[in-house]
Each structure stands twice: as structure tokens, then as C-alpha cells.
Design a protein around this ligand. Structure first.
Ligand SMILES: Cc1cc2nc3c(=O)[nH]c(=O)nc-3n(C[C@H](O)[C@H](O)[C@H](O)COP(=O)(O)O)c2cc1C
Length: 388
């Protein structure tokens, strides 16, 4: 059965990402919901990301006849059907088993990029055959460069052509809510999880078929190399030592586009340009790392002023509608990534979920462009009324 058979009903029952969010919350265990939704500290930044987004407003023009916006976008020499893609999300299978494969299939079908996380629950080799040429790979940089080249070789062999290096995890986040929910790395069967599983039978059946989520890309290194548990391995061996020099070394061994993700300071954007990277993602990791940071959308105008045209500017954190995508593009982003919006979809509707998220976001973006009176993404900044 395909998504198309259900799309008319689903678009009525779940017309917005907020509907998918509400459904996801009911359909997955509490611990998985808390992992997906959580920020850190008092979670001010999650709220700020959303509020600041809503402050970006437009002044529409009308009487332009029948407008047909073109949202296809070329970035790093590749044409995509939309100016947005699927952000890397770790421990993905906790929210829905084999979520990565579902997301990869959506990416291929809609011709939008899918970025697989280093700490995803499926490997590049498993996901590769499903994603067509839409694959980007996200790297939590291992401390040992030797391990980095092993990860990159595997990603390249599996067909991933664009590399995203995550910069904004110098230390693991405290993520207090996930601790309260009892999340263990890797997840273990506890009485709490069994009880939550009973309350969420569809999730439990799917999890029984696939097995408990594991960090399948990194686990082989942890047991084989150092007999560390996977949790300790990701904490001690991945990340924490990233520098611009390290990025330069990666530049030597990765022959495709390289994007550094988690940039908020204009000077870091300049540094990325200076060392010859191809893109930056203006992002605060969806508010999950540093509760004191500025909203990602607030960081965008100044970075656009300094970096536009010198490096590709991608944006994420707080995208919940096609209108939000339009806001980021109007403020200078060349491309947008969406994290939770896609995972809400998969958690809510399983194999139809990420197609449905793509439909909602594309439809809403096109609708709002007509409403504003523009047919092309390049014209969006002219419609801006208020920003920061
Ligand atoms: C559950 C979850 C797990 C994430 N895991 C990763 C990850 O493994 N690597 C990474 O670079 N970013 C990760 N992120 C951050 C996303 O790539 C992205 O920056 C963020 O979700 C954007 O904010 P949004 O959720 O409001 O769209 C994760 C985000 C969420 C919600």
C-alpha cells in the first residue's frame, strides 16, 4: 500500500506538523518522546527558536494573476525538488524502528536530501540502497583521525556524497528530561520500558521485529576496538576535540562538499569560508545543547550579511511549517534542514509519515509564496516586513 492511497485522508486528518506531533506523542513510549522533544536546562531555547521565528513577517503583494512558485533548488551542484532536507537525528530507531530507511525512501521519492547521523540506529550500508543519490552523512568527529577515515570510507562506499560535520556538541548535553525519563544508552529492557511498550503496542510490535535500537554504525568499533560500552564510546571517543585544523584534515580526505553544522557566531562563519568549506548550518541543534544560545533565526541575518555568496548558508532549528522555511530563505538561507518535523511524521504514521511531512512542508511553502506574491525563492527577501 502506498502513501498516495491514503494521502487525501491523511492531509485532512493531519494537515499540519503540529497534528503529527500530537499523534506522535500518543503513539510512542514516554522515554522515546522525551528523547525526541527534549532540550536542555529550562528549555528556554526551544521556546525562543519558535517565538523568534514567528516574529519574521512579510508584506504581501496581490493582483499578480496565477502564480506558480518554483521551489526546486540547486545546492553544491545538485538540483533538489525543494529547498529543504531531512536533518541528522541520532537514536532514530527509538522513535520508530527503521526510521532511517523510511526517511531515506522519502528523500529519494521527493528528491530532497537525507542526512544520516553517525549515531543513527541503522548503518550507511543498510540505508544506502534506499536513498538514491540523496544521501548526506553527518559526522560526530572521532578523536582518532584513523577512525574518521573509516567512517568516511564507509559513508562514501554506501553512496553518501555530502558531509556534515557537527560542531555544536563540544560536550554531551545534560538533557535533564531524558534522564528523568530513564533513557539508557544503548536502550535496555527495563520494567519501565516494558510498561510503556504495553501502552504503545504498534511501536512494540515494530520494535520486536527490528530489535531494540542500537547505534549500529559505531557499535562495532566500541566492542571490537576497546571493549567499551557503546554509550561510553560515543561520549569518550566521538567529539569534544573538533578544531578548524581538524576540519582542514577532513577537507584532505573527503572529496565532496563539506558543511559544518551548528554555527551561530559570524566569526565562525568567516572561519569556515577561510578554510575552504562549502557550507555552514546556522543551527543551535534544535535547542538541545546550550540553553543560553540565541535563537538560530536571530543569528541568520548577520551571517547572511557577511557570508552570503561566499559559502552556502543552511539553516535549522525551529522549522515547523512551510512558512518557517520561507522565513529562513527570506533571511538569506540557501537551504533549510528539518529535524523534529520529519521524526514527528514517522513516529505518528510509520512508513507514511515522512512522505506526509514532505507533502505538508512543500504544500505550505508553495501556498505561502503565492500568498506573498512571489514565484521564486530569490524574490523572497523583497517581501520581508519585520525581522530582527
Ligand atoms: C532527537 C534528535 C536527535 C538529534 N541527533 C542529532 C545527531 O545525531 N547529529 C546532529 O548533528 N544533530 C542531531 N540533532 C539536531 C538536528 O540535526 C537539528 O539540528 C535539529 O533537530 C533542528 O531543530 P528542529 O528539530 O527544531 O528542526 C538531533 C535532533 C533531535 C531532535
Amino acid at each position: 500500500m502506498t502513501y498516495e492511497k491514503h494521502s487525501a485522508r491523511l492531509l485532512n486528518d493531519y494537515p499540519a506538523i503540529s497534528d503529527l506531533r500530537a499523534k506522535a506523542k500518543k503513539r510512542i513510549p514516554h522515554v522515546a518522546w522525551e528523547y525526541l522533544e527534549t532540550g536542555t536546562g529550562e528549555e528556554e531555547l526551544i521556546r525562543r527558536n519558535i517565538q523568534a521565528m514567528q516574529e519574521v513577517t512579510f508584506l504581501p503583494r496581490f493582483l499578480k494573476g496565477d502564480l506558480k512558485p518554483d521551489i526546486s533548488t540547486t545546492i553544491f551542484g545538485k538540483k533538489y525538488n525543494a529547498p529543504f532536507g531531512i536533518a541528522p537525528v541520532g537514536l532514530t530507531g527509538l522513535m520508530w524502528p527503521k526510521a532511517e530507511v523510511i526517511l531515506a525512501k522519502t528523500a529519494k521519492k521527493y528528491s530532497i536530501p537525507f542526512c544520516l547521523s553517525t549515531v543513527a540506529t541503522e548503518t550507511p550500508e543498510t540505508v544506502g540502497p534506499h536513498m538514491g543519490d540523496m544521501g548526506w552523512f553527518q559526522l560526530y568527529p572521532p578523536r582518532e583521525l584513523e577512525l574518521t577515515s573509516q567512517f568516511l570510507d564507509r559513508a562514501k562506499q554506501a553512496g553518501f556524497h555530502t558531509l556534515v560535520i557537527t560542531a555544536d556538541v563540544p560536550v554531551p548535553s545534560r538533557r535533564e528530561r531524558t534522564k528523568r525519563a530513564g533513557l539508557q544508552m544503548p536502550p535496555k529492557i527495563t520494567p519501565k520500558l516494558i510498561w510503556q511498550g504495553i501502552k504503545n503496542p504498534e511501536w512494540s510490535m515494530a520494535t520486536l521485529r527490528r530489535g531494540l535500537p542500537r547505534l549500529r554504525t559505531v557499535e562495532s568499533y566500541s566492542t571490537f576496538k576497546s571493549m567499551m560500552s557503546v554509550g561510553a564510546f560515543t561520549r569518550d571517543k566521538l567529539g569534544g576535540n573538533l578544531t578548524w585544523d581538524y576540519c582542514k584534515e577532513i577537507r584532505e580526505i573527503w572529496d565532496g562538499p563539506i558543511i559544518v553544522k551548528g554555527i551561530l557566531h559570524p566569526k565562525d562563519a568567516e572561519k569556515a569560508i577561510e578554510i575552504g568549506l562549502d557550507g555552514i548550518v546556522v543551527s543551535n541543534h534544535g535547542g538541545r545543547q546550550f540553553d543560553g544560545a540565541i535563537a538560530s533565526i536571530e543569528a541568520l541575518p548577520e551571517i547572511t550579511r557577511l557570508a552570503k555568496g561566499k559559502i552556502k548558508i543552511l539553516f535549522d532549528s525551529g522549522i515547523r511549517t512551510g512558512l518557517d522555511i520561507m522565513r529562513a530563505l527570506a533571511l538569506g538561507a540557501d537551504f533549510v534542514l528539518c529535524g523534529r518535523a520529519f521524526i514527528y511524521g514517522v513516529a505518528a504514521l510509520g512508513k507514511y509519515g515522512s512522505d506526509h511531512t514532505a507533502e505538508i512542508l512543500m504544500g505550505d511553502l508553495i501556498n505561502n509564496m503565492v500568498q506573498l506574491g512571489v514565484e521564486s525563492i530569490d524574490d523572497l527577501p523583497k517581501g520581508l516586513m519585520n525581522s530582527f
